[in-house]
Design a protein around this ligand. Sequence first.
Ligand code: GLA
Length: 413
Amino acid sequence: MKLLRPCLLLALGLTTFTLAAQVKAPGAAPARHTAAPASPRVALTPPMGWNSWNYFAGKVTDQDIRNAADAMVSSGMRDAGYIYINIDDTWEGQRDADGVLHSNSKFPDMKALADYVHSKGLKLGIYSSPGPKTCAGFEGSLGHEQQDADLYASWGIDYLKYDLCSFIPAVMYKQAPNDPAGRMKLMIAAYGKMHDALAATHRPIVYSLCSYGWDSVWEWGPEVGANLWRTTGDISPEWDRVYTILEEQKGLAPYAAPGHWNDPDMLEVGNGKMSLAENRSHFSMWAMLAAPLLAGNDLSNMKPEIKAILTNRDVIAIDQDQLGRQARYIYSSGEVEVWSRPLAGGAMAVAVLNAGDNLYTTHPFHLNLARLGLHGPQKAKDLWTGKEMELTEGMPLEIPSHDILLVRIAQPK
Ligand code: GLA
């Protein structure tokens, strides 16, 4: 079980004593959900798009979403594959007497917003919680799952991020205070319930679980119809956090497949004070991990060098490879890590990451091709310089601190 990040802890603290559980009594934890897997119509490759949380957080408005859609088109990102424009937390208003949820004053007309986003050739995503409140303390979907799914479908929503949040204190701890396994069953059932509600709308909606990796979500996510599931707590725009999350992905490769992806959280490329090398490494490794590529920066005010990272088509092609095989960690030498993933048509991607804070090129890393299952010189393309190169056994590689060598080998030998 991963640690909760501060904003979630705050939300949990706020909700613990105020929320009434609305489902079954203690000891009556439902059996493991067995919903049919998510429709293969969506997320056959990892979803690509943008999400409002990492940059706008609670301040996001309808206008910010429209601006993001406009910038997605004008920057060339849409044409590079970024399709989903996802509204995260804080759009929710109140329920009316019939229980129908309304958006708040920041989002005056959700249907009109969806129409606008669709008119740009993009899709719209939204956010809720299986609990009574979201992480930011707004209205959640507990007890209104079908009503909310129907509402999303009527607006034309294409993607739902469903964030555990207040379900933990309000249901899991209330109903199964002394039964950790029972708490997890409640969580799994809640995710299955929303999947069934979405399926009943007959609208293709990408289903994204946000349960911070709890109870090895990668093992049960497909059973509850998830297309992707968060594997960790929240990301933040600092190299240390990005690298910690990367380390937590070791061993998860077997669980990724077309339609079902591990989600190491949304991108921080262009946010905070990360160097260009760090942004490049973050983007490269998320592509190696077959992670959803959801940009989290202010697209309307993006520096050209950040746009160049986010629109590197060779790197995007690694992420979107049709085989859908997530990279495996192969070996380390000191602070340099080597990862690889097989690609369609017998090709292979290799990433060599210098994770050292103070590891300079005065001590070059020597590449071990045999450990990658390769024999003899290999023709490769460096995906950041665009140049062809040759990899040879034991060759010295000079990679600056926190930077990366990412190559595609078309015909590995
Ligand atoms: C949690 C999630 C974040 C974001 C916030 C919104 O912390 O993990 O990605 O959605 O909630 O409140």
